[in-house]
Structures are given as C-alpha cells and as structure tokens.
Design a protein. Structure first.
Length: 477
C-alpha cells in the first residue's frame, strides 16, 4: 500500500491476489514508502505459492513483522528481496521462494487479479426523445400525456479477458426445461452441480477445462488465457441501457380553495450491467448479451396523487389553514438472485447466479405511502407572522420493506436426486420451478416447516422508517 500515490502506475511494483489489485508505487522510485503484502489463500492451493500462515511465520521469524525502521537503503522492512529463494538472498527455501513475483513485466504471481482499461475505451453517450401533449378540457381541468425514450450506449462493464469460451454444459431444471451454459469448472470438486449435467463438462465426470502441464511443465488450459491467475478484468464500454416511459397527468382546480393533481407513469428499464464494479460483472464474460434483462431501477408502475386545500373561512382563527395530502405508490424493483459462491468456474463469486436464473429475475416489494401536511398562517400585527406546521409521514403506519436477502442456493432451480419440486415456487432451497420470485415476510412458515427470519433466503431484511410526525413553529417579524 503506497498512500497518496494511487494514480501513478508507471514503473510500479506490486502484488495481486483475489480481491486485491496490484498496489502502486511512484514512477521514479517504486514502492518508496512501504510494502504491504496481502495474501488470500490460507490452505495449500496446489500451486508453488506460499500460503498466508507460511508468509506470516517466515516474516515474523525474521523480525520483519515487528520491524518499524527499514534497513539503510530500503524503503520498507519487507522488500521484494525477502520473497526470493534463500539461494538468492531471500527467506524462502525452494527454487521459486515464496512464489510471489514483484515486477511490472514478465511472469505474473499465481492467483493475481488484474484491472485495466482497453486502449480504445470510449465514454458513454445517450440518445433521447420525448413528446408531450397537454390540453385544457374545461376551465381549471387539464390532461397531459407524454412519452420519454432514452437509449444509453458504451456503459462501462468489467469483462474478464482471461476467460476463453468454455464448452457448454446442459442441465435439466426443476420446471422440466433444459438449460445450457458455459462451464469453466476444472473438476467435480469445484462444480456445485457436478454429476447433474446431462451433456458437456461435468457429465460423466469429464471437465475439458481441467488444468494440465505441457511438455515443458507449464500449466495450460483451453479455457483460460493464463490458468495461474484468477482474473484479468478489463473495463470495457460494451454495455447499454434502454428506458421508456409513458406519463399521464391530470390536474383539476375545483375552486380557488381546492386543487387536485394526479400522475401515473408506466415505464420499463432494460440494461446489461448495474455497475462497472467487478461485483456486477456478467455471468458469462464471453457473452454479455446473456445478462440483458430488467434494470434494477426498473419501476413499472408509479402513481402520485396530491392535493392542496385552503381554508375558505375568513375568521381570524379559521383562516390561513392549508392541508396538503400526498399519496405515493410504486411497484417493486427487480433484484438479482445470487448463489453466494462459485457456480460456472469462472473465478468470480460475487456475481454468480443459480444455474438457469436470468439476471434480475426477482421482484421486490411494492411501496405505498400516505403523507400529510397541515399549515396555519396567522398574522400578528402589521409585520409579524406566526406559522405552525404539523407533518406526518407514512400516516397509516404501513410497513414498506426496503431490501431482500437475495442469496439463495446454486441449485435453487434444480431438483437434486432424492428431492421433489418445491410445492410453492420461491419458498424452498432447491426444486423451484420459476426464478420470478418475491420476498418473504418475516414469520411466514415455509413448506419445510421453517419460519422465515431475515437470514432466510428471499426474506425481507430491512424496512423504511414507519410513521413519523413532526411539528414546527416559525415566527417572522
């Protein structure tokens, strides 16, 4: 870690491990302050790479963990030299030392995670169109109809360029349909549906992406550019999004004391990526189109009804009142079903969906809210005014859930041997016949007898604030 120099990656030295990018130094003096080594694997990986306990114990025994002052001529207590074999002045026995290579060119360290931008990266742009018509039907009563269309191109998305097109596996889902997907798994041990495939990788225990050694002893695989590294993420301008909406507005002024307003929006949002962060990368980096689906911001229906009611009375105490209610409703937002771990063997765990699940197939809870504000304006003499306000949010105290536990089993849509299809789709760990699922209320009893808690898959985990009332006083003079 090199503070304050994160934007300069010229002539830097660095280490890369799962979830941690190569850290930068400076252009003129790489790693001028100190070196921090981040190691993910705790158990042996089968690669010539020292595990976290081995690194810590070796550095501790050499006094480098406790070190606070680097040796003369060094910028850190732990240096690239420390990682070398003992025969080359390092601390680790064996011909490869720790197995970690600190360099800007040449061989990469095993399990490295890389991030880069393509040389032809282009910024996003959008095409927009709108059309609106408004007409006054009678004095004080008007109707407006409008439409909006937006098409955004070149949205950033992280594509793992270390992956080559893997062979297709086919599996039968709980609904009886077959589903095919690219399978980068290298063995049955890593494949969550190992043995359930009817053809392709996994069927019969055969995995074409298995890593082997070539004639000179180097690891190779037909499915990875470099089978030793974990990811090579490239922030490509390859995603797109479309939003279209129709809006109907009605406004009626019944008198100078009463005005009502209503708005209904029907819209649809479609995209291929939620964010450029690698946590939102595509399920199949070789085919971004498979991730095209409803946007997580898709709000199909939205209704707003509001009014302003002024006091018609002129008496000092009864005049000056204004009542402003507002009603809001919108349909639920889509959410992505996540498997919580590796599924297709592409070395990405945070974006993996259950086998067969399209992106953003879940539908969150509807939102319904009624707010009201009462204001009283009272004149006190020529220059003084008193304003009293009372506001209520979620006046009827309805529970509006805010989030869903979207982590489910990798076998959510599959019926493993010895099990049956779920009697109520979306309420079982496996055997669900559809991925179009909704959240579950806390306390609900599931078909297996389990009571829903926030940790239950698809359970609601949080809610928006319930009824709130606030009072205000303002005096001007």
């Amino acid at each position: 870690q090199v503070p304050d120099q994160v934007n300069n990656v010229i002539n830097t030295c660095g280490l890369g491990f799962p979830g941690v990018p190569i850290f930068p130094g400076t252009g003129s003096s790489p790693c001028t302050r100190f070196i921090s080594i981040y190691v993910d694997p705790i158990t042996p990986t089968g690669l010539p790479l020292a595990t976290a306990p081995t690194l810590f114990q070796t550095f501790f025994a050499a006094g480098l963990i406790q070190c606070t002052t680097p040796a003369a001529g060094n910028h850190a207590c732990i240096t690239p030299q420390s990682l070398l074999p003992t025969a080359d002045g390092g601390l680790f026995p064996g011909p490869l030392g720790s197995g970690i290579f600190v360099a800007n060119s040449g061989q990469l360290s095993p399990l490295t995670v890389l991030f880069s931008n393509p040389p032809d990266y282009k910024p996003p742009y959008s095409e927009q169109a709108s059309l609106g018509i408004e007409r006054e039907i009678t004095p004080g009563f008007s109707i407006a109809v409008s439409g909006i269309y937006t098409h955004t191109l070149r949205l950033p998305v992280a594509i793992d360029t270390n992956l080559l097109p893997a062979p297709m596996s086919t599996i039968t889902l709980a609904n009886g349909q077959t589903y095919s997907y690219r399978n980068w798994n290298t063995s049955n041990a890593a494949d969550p549906v190992g043995g359930l495939e009817t053809s392709g990788p996994g069927a019969g225990g055969v995995y074409p992406c298995a890593i082997t050694l070539n004639l000179v002893g180097q690891p190779v695989s037909s499915c990875f550019v470099n089978p030793l590294i974990t990811q090579n993420n490239q922030y490509s301008a390859a995603a797109s999004a479309v939003y279209a909406a129709g809006i109907l507005e009605v406004k009626e002024r019944f008198s100078k004391y009463v005005t009502m307003f209503g708005n209904y929006t029907y819209s649809k949002g479609i995209d291929e990526a939620t964010d450029f962060n690698t946590d939102f990368g595509p399920q199949d980096p070789t085919n971004l189109g498979l991730d095209r689906g409803l946007s997580e911001f898709d709000q199909r229906h939205k209704v707003v009804v509001a009014g302003v009611f002024d006091s018609p009375w002129q008496q000092p105490v009864l005049s000056g009142f204004e009542l402003s209610p507002i009603f809001n409703y919108h349909s639920g937002l889509p959410f992505n079903l996540l498997a919580g771990g590796e599924v297709n063997g592409d070395n990405h765990t945070t974006n993996e969906r259950p086998i067969g699940a399209p992106r953003d197939s879940g539908l969150g809870p509807n939102y319904l809210d009624f707010d009201m504000r009462l204001t009283w304006h009272h004149k006190l003499g020529e220059k003084a005014n008193l304003i009293l306000t009372a506001e209520a949010f979620d006046l009827f105290n309805r529970t509006n859930f805010a989030s869903v536990n979207d982590e489910v089993s990798p076998l959510f849509g599959i019926t493993p041997p010895g099990t049956t299809a779920c009697p109520i789709a979306g309420q079982c760990a496996t055997g669900n016949t559809t991925f179009r699922v909704h959240g579950l209320d806390p306390g609900k009893v599931l078909p297996d007898g389990e009571t829903v808690t926030p940790s239950t898959p698809l359970a609601f985990t949080s809610a928006f604030p319930r009824r709130e009332v606030q009072l205000g006083l303002r005096f001007t003079f």
